[in-house]
Design a protein around this ligand. Structure first.
Ligand code: SF4
Length: 702
C-alpha cells in the first residue's frame, strides 16, 4: 500500500466543556465541504473517568471548530464599528491602550479577567502577564463565580483544597452519598454512572435540591429545602447525629479540632426549628441521618447549590462538619468533595489567575511564596503586586475613579454570566478600552475595542486539571483557521510590546515546564508532572513533587493542616441576603440545562444543542401558576430589585411552589443574571447566584 496516502492517526484528547474532562478520540476525516471540522469525535473507551461515554455537548464539540460564527480575523473598533484588521495592528492597538491607561491612571487601572476554561498554561501565563508585564494587582477570573466558596471551606477544614480528594471511582464504592445542590444528570451525565454503580452495589443516595431534578429522581431520599437554607439543614443533621449517638468520638479526638463549638451550634438547630427554616420535614431529616450513619462509609459532595450563596463558605463548612463528626473524612471511600463546574475549574484556580494567589496555589501575601515565584519569574518579590480586587468587585468598579479603566478579558462572557448583569454590562461599556480574546463574538466581545480570535480546544496543546485533581493533556489535532492564533501567542506578542521580550513563550509545553518550577513546593505541586508522564498514565494527580508519584487520595494519614488535624467550622444559620417579602414574594434559583454550557457562547452556536435547548424558560409549580393565573408557555415577567427578565412558563411539579427556576445560558430579555443578587460571601467573595427574591406575573402585551 502507498503509505504516503495513509490518513493521519487519531488523536486522543478531552472534551472542551465541563470539569469531568471526558476523554475522546479525534479521527481525521476528509472535509466533505469547505469549512468542515476535519475531525470526527469517536469513543475513547480506555480513558478511565468516562470510559467512552460523552454527553451531547461533548459529542457535538467538533461542530464548533468549523462554526460559521467563529472569529477568523482580529477586529478593532473604528468610528464605533468593529472592523477586521491584521494581527500586528490589533496587537499594537491592544498593547498601546493598556499602556496608555497605565501611564495616565497608574498600573492598577489596567485589569485582567480570565476564565475557568483556560488551560493551565494559559491561566499561568495570564497571571504572570498581569503581574510582570502589566504590573497590576487587578487580575481575577470567572472561577470566582464557580467554586471559590468550596475552595475556601475546603482549605479551612483540611489545610488544602483539591475539589475531590479522591478519584471518581471511589464514589461508586462508598456506602452513602449526600449530593448537595448538584444536578449531574444535566451538567455531566457520564458521571451519573458512578452513582448508579454505587446504588447497584447497595449504597444509598441522598440528594439535596429545591428541585426534584433527574439526578434526584432515582435517589433513596430527596430533601427539598427552601433555597438558601441548606446551612441550617446541615446543622440540623449534625444535631441529630449528636443527639442519636452517631458521633465518632475516637476520630474526633485523634484527627480533628474545634468540635465543641460545632456541637454547640448544631444543638441550637433542633429538628423542628430546622423544619421551620428549611421546609424539610423532621421525618426526612431523621431518615437522612439514618441512611448516612448506617452505611460504614460515606461522602458529601457539593456543587454550586450550597456554594453560590452569600454564606457559601459557612454552608460548605457545615456539610464538612457532618463528615468530620461521623468520621467520614480522611479514610478510604469517605470524605467531602466539591464537584467543580468549568472545564479547568480546578487548575484554573491553582496557577495565579486569582486576585489573591500565585502559582502553586500559594497565597500572594505569603513572603516565602513571593520570594519563590519572584525568583522563577526573575523579578524582585517586592515588585510583585497584589492582592487585587475579586471578580465581582473588579467588574463592579470598572470605569470608575480608582477602578479599572482598561481591561484585558480572556475566555469569559460576563455580560451573560455575571450577577446583576445589566449593571455589569453598563460598567463594561464605561471602560476606556476593552480587549477580548475569544473564539466567537460573544456578547462581551461585542463591547470590545479590540477582539483577538482564539484557537480552540482541538487546535492547540495544553493541560487541564479535572474535578479529581487529575492533570490531563489536550492535543492539537487540527490547525486553527488562518487568522486565528493561540492565546499563548497573543500573550507572548502583547508582553513583547510591553517590553517583556523574554519569559512569555508561545509554546504550551515550554510554559508548562516553567509552571512546574513555579508550583514546586506549593500546595498544588506539579513539579513531577511532565507531558510525557500525563500521556502515559491517563493523567497524573497533584500534588506530585518532582521524582514522586501523583496522589490520587489525600488525607488518609493526616490532613494538610500544621497539626495534621481537620478543623471543624464554627458556623450558624443566617438567612439569604435577600428573602421574599410583599413586593418580591418568591425565591428565584438559577442553574444549567443539559444541552447548554455556562454563558452559552459556544453551545448556543452549535445547531444540535441549540435545537435541544433553544431558549430560556421559567420553571414554576402548577399550584403557583394557578395562583398567578398563568399557563404553560405564557410569557412571564420575572422582576427582582435589579431588573426584569422575560421568558415562557414551564410548569413542573418538580419544583417547590415558593420557588421559580431559570437557566442562565442566555443573553437578551431572558437573561437570568439580570435578576441575580451580587451579595458576596465575606470570605470567598462569591456572589449569591442561587437565591434572590422575585415577583412573577404574566408579561404585559407590548
Ligand atoms: Fe464534555 Fe462534561 Fe459532557 Fe463529558 S460530561 S462530554 S466533559 S460536557
Amino acid at each position: 500500500p502507498d503509505m504516503t496516502s495513509a490518513p493521519p492517526p487519531p488523536v486522543d484528547t478531552h472534551c472542551p466543556y465541563c470539569s469531568l474532562q471526558c476523554g475522546m478520540r479525534l479521527r481525521p476525516v476528509e472535509p466533505a465541504r469547505a469549512g468542515a471540522p476535519g475531525v470526527e469525535i469517536v469513543e475513547r473507551p480506555d480513558f478511565p473517568v468516562n470510559r467512552g461515554a460523552l454527553c451531547g455537548k461533548g459529542h457535538s464539540a467538533a461542530e464548533l471548530l468549523s462554526s460559521r460564527h467563529r472569529l477568523t480575523a482580529p477586529l478593532v473598533r473604528e468610528g464605533g464599528t468593529l472592523r477586521e484588521t491584521t494581527w500586528p495592528r490589533a496587537l499594537d492597538r491592544a498593547a498601546s491602550v493598556l499602556e496608555k491607561t497605565a501611564t495616565r491612571y497608574g498600573r492598577d487601572a489596567v485589569g485582567v479577567f480570565g476564565g475557568g476554561g483556560l488551560t493551565n498554561e494559559k491561566a499561568y501565563l495570564l497571571g504572570k502577564f498581569a503581574r510582570v508585564a502589566l504590573r497590576t494587582a487587578n487580575i481575577d477570573y470567572n472561577g470566582r463565580f464557580c467554586m471559590s466558596s468550596a475552595a475556601a471551606a475546603h482549605r479551612a477544614a483540611f489545610g488544602l483544597d483539591r475539589g475531590l480528594p479522591f478519584p471518581m471511582e471511589d464514589v461508586a464504592r462508598t456506602g452513602c452519598v449526600i449530593l448537595v445542590g448538584s444536578n449531574l444528570a444535566d451538567t455531566m451525565p457520564p458521571a451519573l454512572r458512578y452513582l448508579r454503580e454505587q446504588q447497584a452495589a447497595g449504597g444509598r443516595l441522598i440528594v439535596v435540591d429545591p428541585r426534584r431534578t433527574r439526578t434526584a429522581e432515582p435517589a433513596d431520599l430527596h430533601l427539598q429545602p427552601v433555597p438558601g437554607t441548606d446551612l441550617a439543614l446541615a446543622l440540623g443533621l449534625l444535631h441529630l447525629v449528636i443527639a442519636d449517638g452517631h458521633v465518632d468520638e475516637d476520630f474526633i479526638a485523634t484527627r480533628t479540632t474545634g468540635f465543641e463549638r460545632a456541637r454547640a451550634s448544631a444543638m441550637a438547630h433542633w429538628p423542628e426549628r430546622v423544619e421551620r427554616i428549611t421546609g424539610v420535614p423532621v421525618a426526612q431529616q431523621r431518615k437522612a441521618v439514618e441512611l448516612f450513619t448506617e452505611a460504614g462509609t460515606g461522602m458529601v459532595l457539593t456543587a454550586r447549590g450550597p456554594e453560590q450563596q452569600s454564606k457559601g463558605v459557612d454552608t460548605v463548612g457545615a456539610w464538612i462538619n457532618l463528615c468530620l463528626a461521623t468520621g467520614r473524612a480522611g479514610r478510604p471511600l469517605s470524605g467531602y468533595g466539591c464537584l467543580t463546574g468549568q472545564g479547568n475549574g480546578q487548575g484554573g484556580r491553582e496557577h495565579g489567575q486569582k486576585a489573591d494567589q500565585l502559582p502553586g496555589y500559594r497565597s500572594i501575601t505569603d513572603p516565602a511564596a513571593r520570594a519563590h515565584v519572584g525568583e522563577v519569574w526573575g523579578i524582585d518579590p517586592d515588585d510583585l503586586p497584589g492582592p487585587g480586587r475579586s471578580a465581582y468587585e473588579l467588574l463592579d468598579t470598572l470605569g470608575t475613579d480608582g477602578g479599572v479603566r482598561s481591561l484585558l478579558l480572556m475566555g469569559s462572557n460576563p455580560v451573560v454570566s455575571a450577577p446583576n448583569a445589566e449593571h455589569i454590562t453598563e460598567r463594561l461599556r464605561s471602560l476606556d478600552s476593552l480587549v477580548v480574546c475569544d473564539v466567537v463574538l460573544s456578547e462581551t466581545a461585542r463591547l470590545a475595542d479590540v477582539v483577538l480570535p482564539s484557537a480552540q480546544w482541538a487546535e492547540e496543546d495544553g493541560t487541564m486539571t479535572n474535578l479529581e485533581g487529575r492533570v490531563i493533556l489536550r492535543h492539537a489535532a487540527v490547525a486553527p483557521p488562518e487568522g486565528v492564533r493561540t492565546d499563548l501567542y497573543t500573550l507572548h506578542e502583547l508582553a513583547a510590546r510591553l517590553g517583556c521580550e523574554k519569559g512569555f513563550p508561545a509554546d504550551a509545553e515550554e510554559v508548562f515546564e516553567e509552571l512546574r518550577q513555579a508550583s514546586a513546593g506549593g500546595d498544588a505541586d506539579y513539579s513531577g508532572i511532565t507531558y510525557d508522564r500525563v500521556r502515559k498514565q491517563d493523567g497524573v494527580f497533584w500534588p506530585c513533587p518532582d521524582g514522586e508519584e501523583g496522589t490520587p487520595r489525600l488525607f488518609l494519614d493526616r490532613f494538610a493542616t500544621p497539626d495534621g488535624r481537620a478543623r471543624f467550622a464554627d458556623v450558624s444559620h443566617r438567612p439569604a441576603a435577600e428573602v421574599p417579602d410583599a413586593d418580591f414574594p418568591l425565591h428565584l434559583t438559577t442553574g444549567r440545562v443539559l444541552a447548554q454550557y455556562q454563558s452559552g457562547a459556544q453551545t448556543r452556536r452549535t445547531p444540535e444543542l441549540n435545537r435541544a435547548a433553544p431558549g430560556p424558560f421559567v420553571e414554576l409549580h402548577p399550584r403557583l401558576a394557578r395562583r398567578i393565573g398563568v399557563g404553560e408557555g405564557d410569557l412571564l415577567a420575572v422582576t427582582s430589585r435589579r431588573g426584569r427578565a422575560l421568558a415562557p412558563a414551564r410548569l413542573s411539579g418538580a419544583i417547590r411552589p415558593d420557588t421559580v427556576f431559570m437557566p442562565f445560558h442566555w443573553a437578551g430579555p431572558g437573561r437570568a443574571n439580570t435578576l441575580t443578587n451580587p451579595a458576596l460571601d465575606p470570605v470567598s467573595r462569591m456572589p449569591e447566584f442561587k437565591v434572590c427574591a422575585v415577583r412573577v406575573e404574566k408579561a404585559p402585551a407590548e
